[in-house]
Design a protein around this ligand. Structure first.
Ligand SMILES: *Cc1c(COP(=O)(O)O)cnc(C)c1O
Length: 378
């Protein structure tokens, strides 16, 4: 089945009894059992719920994994995944990892005993140099947030396999429509489903997908033990959002490409970060491992004043945290996604205070350009 067909039909039929095209929402915390000896498929809904299972299977199928798990947020998926490790274990993490992941690793997980070394993972030698005898996994995001740095996933996974490490990839920006890390040899894919997967800015959710069933079992054990599961109503909303994933990604990406072309002509735009630009250092690597540059781009303005003017003047794109919605979202990483990162750390990682990130939604790109132009006084 091709991707678009799988989005609509997945593992149909949904409801062989009544033929409902939409998955029923099982708003039940527990399921009655027939007898002491005869237990049904579901018992307590933290361990399993049919609506949750439907979205878990859908996301697992799209990523090409054997096990999919839905969590109450992207951070819950990420944090629960860290729980498969033990105190004393070590991870090698790409340096411009999502701010919340940086916070989790550098405070909560660090106190718990999981160590992390942050490296420029665009350089395989830097990854290799950070591996210690206690290292258990590589944790990567490509393209990264907010500088859209590209990590060569095949190079990273072959290094990981050589050293006996797992490769974990946060695939939030690309979605399985554009990039499927499990097919490239990675072991676990993570998502903030809040973003493109659900796509309508109305649910906070996360997913973990494992390729290997044994690894899937370890993750499922933590999901049940830790209990940060996604509720059935939200699961249903994600099921609905997922159906238009392909058309949303295609349209938003086309808009992003158009906006990048326009930004290139703007004097007040100092630098553009977008993996679809041939001058992007990761252009070739990204092309080799994905089928498109996506709908998120970042750019630097010529001054702090211009940046402030743009943020204050933009009317169509919402000025907000988050991305991947049907509406365009402009954000200011220094004070939003990366506010949890100390300023010195942030500056060192190239996240300047003249940097903005734009997640392109489904508005007409010409209207978005006119809005940006007006805000820039162009
Ligand atoms: C938003 C985001 C997260 C965190 O997900 P939540 O759903 O907000 O908990 C993790 N990684 C990336 C790349 C994100 O954009």
């Amino acid at each position: 089945m091709k991707f678009a067909t799988e989005l609509i039909h997945g593992k149909s039929p949904i409801d062989p009894e009544f033929g409902s095209l939409s998955h029923p929402i099982y708003h039940s915390s527990t399921f009655a059992q027939r007898s002491m000896d005869e237990f049904g498929r579901y018992d307590y809904a933290r361990s399993g719920n049919p609506t949750r299972e439907a979205v878990e299977e859908a996301v697992a199928g799209l990523e090409g994994g054997t096990t999919g798990l839905a969590f109450a947020s992207g951070m819950a998926a990420i944090g629960s995944t860290f729980m498969i490790f033990s105190p004393g274990d070590h991870l090698v993490v790409c340096e411009d990892v999502y701010g919340g992941t940086f916070r989790l690793l550098s405070t909560v997980m660090k106190n718990w005993g999981l160590e992390a070394t942050f490296v420029d993972a665009t350089d395989p030698a830097a990854i290799a140099a950070a591996v210690t005898p206690r290292t258990k996994a590589l944790y990567l995001e490509t393209p990264s947030n907010p500088l859209l740095k590209v990590i060569d996933l095949k190079a990273a996974t072959s290094l990981a396999k050589e050293k006996g490490l797992l490769t974990i990839v946060d695939n939030t920006f690309m979605t399985p429509y554009l990039q499927r890390p499990l097919e490239l040899g990675c072991d676990i894919v993570l998502h903030s489903g809040t973003k493109f997967l659900n796509g309508h800015s109305d649910v906070i959710c996360g997913f973990a997908v494992a390729k290997d069933p044994e690894l899937g079992k370890r993750l499922k054990y933590v999901q049940n033990a830790f209990g940060a599961v996604l509720g059935p109503q939200d699961c249903w909303l994600v099921l609905r959002g997922l159906r238009t994933l392909k058309v949303r990604m295609e349209e938003s990406q086309a808009g992003a490409i158009r906006i990048v072309e326009w930004l290139k002509t703007q004097e007040k735009v100092a630098k553009i970060y977008y993996p679809g630009l041939p001058e992007h250092p990761g252009y070739e690597a990204h092309r080799a491992q994905s089928s498109g540059p996506g709908a998120v781009l970042s750019f630097e303005l010529d001054s702090y004043e211009t940046t402030a003017k743009l943020v204050a003047g933009v009317k169509l794109a919402a000025f907000a945290v988050s991305l991947g919605g049907v509406e365009s979202i402009l954000s200011y990483p220094a004070k939003m996604s990366h506010a949890a990162m100390p300023p010195a750390e942030r500056e060192a990682r190239g996240i300047k205070d003249t940097l903005v990130r734009l997640s392109v939604g489904l508005e007409d790109p010409e209207d978005l350009i006119a809005d940006l132009a007006a805000a820039l006084g162009a």
